[in-house]
Design a binder for this molecule. Structure first.
Ligand SMILES: NC(=O)C1=CN([C@@H]2O[C@H](COP(=O)(O)OP(=O)(O)OC[C@H]3O[C@@H](n4cnc5c(N)ncnc54)[C@H](OP(=O)(O)O)[C@@H]3O)[C@@H](O)[C@H]2O)[C@@H](O)CC1
Ligand SMILES: Nc1ncnc2c1ncn2[C@@H]1O[C@H](COP(=O)(O)OP(=O)(O)O)[C@@H](O)[C@H]1O
Ligand SMILES: [Mg+2]
Length: 285
């Protein structure tokens, strides 16, 4: 990836300024109500990995709307998560309205049910809720363009999902072209690659970290969950996103120093420790 002249690296200083120490007088409601929607009968792992990452990122309360067949396996690994059957649309939308962050797409699939559910959720999301759109929800959105809610939104495509959404072939996905596509979409775009790049209306960022040891299923689901967890805690949406991208690859890079492949759940397990270390780091002036 040629670093364009106007691209800024995400720095550890930005992360240290974002992941601040928690005030003693606080409770789980201060740290975000996050709803994750996805995990059909074939892709239950995706939503479990995303929910695990959101929980380990410090979300105050995590609710997972998924196929009921995933409830037991989810609770076996993540008793902290609450569940709802994503076929119960009215009940789900009633829950969604009180959420701070909604993550939709990991393992959602692209069948007509998934399409109807995505449209229903997009119509229900309102200011100031933050929305993370990932995985199959991006593929659905590309195939069936529809109006997006007027609220802070981030999309987290890999290069093929970005091709579908932006219309830019992977070989054409330069920072300039990506930035123009992001401006047209009117959302923040995290274009995942060896060095992930992030596009906001104001700025283009690149992530200095990243290793091929991350090239395994569930790594993007994990990032979507981290972005959801951070977005429910930290005031600045862009800095929450940038910090999640940075930490996701920093943990992987450290693990990859002695591992051929890094697994998504290994990253999630280390998020609390790395967040602690960044919250304690002295701000070099
Ligand atoms: N354990 C689980 O439950 C898991 C569930 N998951 C869920 O699966 C759903 C589908 O997500 P997806 O990313 O697997 O498939 P899709 O969107 O169809 O794209 C794949 C096609 O694009 C092409 N391609 C080209 N470049 C590419 C690139 N840089 N990165 C990726 N692909 C690239 C690629 O080319 P090929 O590899 O065939 O050469 C192929 O033709 C989604 O909801 C996700 O959350 C996964 O997270 C895994 C773990
Ligand atoms: N060679 C690589 N170098 C650095 N990061 C990589 C590499 N391959 C994959 N990744 C990272 O792994 C994640 C893959 O996301 P995605 O394809 O959505 O995974 P998922 O299977 O969870 O959907 C992205 O964050 C991407 O940046
Ligand atoms: Mg993905």
């Amino acid at each position: 990836m040629k670093v364009g002249d106007n691209m800024q690296p995400i720095t550890s200083k930005l992360v240290t300024q974002t992941i601040i120490e928690r005030p003693a007088e606080s409770y789980k409601g201060n740290y975000g109500r996050v709803l994750l929607i996805g995990g059909n009968q074939n892709f239950g792992g995706a939503i479990i990995m995303a929910a695990t990452a959101a929980t380990y990122s410090g979300a105050g309360l995590v609710t997972v709307a998924t196929d009921p067949q995933n409830f037991t396996s989810l609770h076996a690994r993540l008793p902290e998560a609450m569940v709802v059957d994503y076929h119960q649309t009215d009940y789900l939308l009633g829950l969604a309205t009180n959420m701070d962050v909604i993550v939709i797409g990991p393992g959602l699939g692209t069948d007509p049910f998934a399409e109807r559910l995505l449209t229903a959720v997009l119509n229900a999301v309102h200011q100031p809720q933050r929305l993370v759109i990932d995985g199959s929800a991006l593929t659905l959105l590309a195939a069936h363009p529809q109006p997006l809610p007027a609220t802070p939104i981030v999309v987290t495509p890999h290069q093929m999902e970005w091709q579908r959404l932006s219309g830019l072939k992977i070989s054409e996905q330069t920072p300039t072209a990506n930035h123009q596509a992001q401006q047209k979409l009117g959302v923040i775009a995290v274009v995942k690659a060896h060095h992930t790049t992030i596009y906001t209306d104001q700025q283009v960022w690149f992530n200095p970290g990243g290793t091929p040891a991350m090239a395994t299923g569930g790594m993007g689901d994990t990032l979507a969950g981290m972005i959801g967890g951070f977005s429910g805690q930290f005031t600045d949406f862009t800095n929450a996103i940038l910090s999640a991208v940075y930490l996701h690859s920093t943990i992987a890079d450290d693990l990859a120093a002695s591992r051929y492949v890094v697994l998504p759940h290994q990253i999630s397990a280390l998020i609390p420790k790395y967040m602690h270390d960044f919250s304690q780091a002295e701000l070099d002036d």
